[in-house]
Design a protein around this ligand. Structure first.
Ligand code: FBP
Length: 281
């Protein structure tokens, strides 16, 4: 007989991934990680209930929140949407040299109380604080797995040594390394940077050895088509979808963007086709 936990992990992963094994997850930890200024473009979205109602109505598969926002928005989060609670973060207020460290801000037990379907923690691979974040991730993963909760690693190579050695943190060789390290640590889902091409992202997917790899959205693209093209290539490369924040909440009306992303992710539509269908171009 299978262990109870395995059943829990599989059931909960299905709350994010559709039958095609792909997901569009809305990320919103920016009020903490970047500060409320990230909401300047569309100020009403500083209220999590306002933006969460919009993105859920538009059909996202899951949301990623910090514990306090999950609490404030509890009644807005409909049961058909997967809830990922992130348990580490950092503020933009800390000194520059400490920006390469994420700290714990909640516990697996809190996430369970909130009804989470997964927990997440970041590791800045290559950072001078890598050791601390590895321990944090290992602890979160071990406890979460005991409770049948899947664990997501935000696998972000980052820090002075990465820049020195690879030139940029998005170099596929280091993104691939981070994804592999996440898989080796027992992550059930990996979120990481765009490497710039379908071919290089396919290497990242290969290195993850079957653990689903999702794109980390990044700063708002110059135009919607540009972002849809990246997500299309992620899917073509074997990626399992995208976790998107700013490209959604920095739009007054995020619905057409979400619907176009869903077309690309779940229907394999070409980016131009999806953008036209949703009136984005
Ligand atoms: P975005 O789609 O806005 O990039 O959100 C994804 C995310 O990982 C957030 O969870 C996080 O706050 C942010 O990006 C990290 O951004 P940065 O690269 O500036 O640390």
């Amino acid at each position: 007989m299978e262990a109870f936990q395995n059943i829990g992990i599989r059931r909960r992963l299905r709350r994010f991934f559709r039958r095609d094994g792909r997901a569009l997850i809305f990320a919103m930890d920016h009020g903490f990680e970047h500060g409320p200024e990230d909401f300047t473009e569309v100020w009403e979205h500083v209220n999590p209930r306002v933006i969460l109602k919009k993105v859920i109505r538009a059909g996202v598969d899951g949301v990623m929140l910090l514990p306090g926002i999950a609490r404030i928005s509890g009644d807005v989060l409909t049961p058909n949407v997967g809830l990922m609670v992130k348990l580490t973060s950092k503020t933009n207020l800390r000194p520059k040299e400490d920006q390469f460290l994420q700290s714990p801000l909640g516990f697996v037990e809190d996430a369970i109380k909130l009804g989470a379907d997964a927990v997440a923690a970041t590791v800045y691979w290559g950072s001078p604080y890598e050791d601390i974040m590895m321990k944090q991730f290992a602890e979160v993963a071990s406890i979460a797995h005991d409770f049948g909760l899947p664990v997501v690693q935000f696998s972000y190579p980052r820090g002075p040594y990465i820049n020195e050695k690879y030139g940029k943190k998005e170099d596929y060789r280091v993104v691939m390394y981070g994804a592999r390290a996440a898989a080796e640590m027992g992550a059930d889902m990996i979120k990481t940077y765009w490497t710039g091409s379908k071919e290089t992202f396919a290497k990242v997917v290969d290195a993850a050895a079957g653990v689903p790899v999702l794109l980390s959205g990044g700063a708002k693209a110059k135009n919607p088509l540009e972002f849809l093209k990246v997500v299309y290539e992620v899917i073509e490369a074997g990626g399992a979808g995208a976790v998107v924040g700013r490209n959604i909440f920095q739009r007054e009306n995020p619905e057409p963007m979400i619907k176009a992303l869903l077309r690309v992710i779940h229907r394999n539509e070409e980016p131009e086709e999806a953008a036209k269908a949703e009136g984005l171009i």
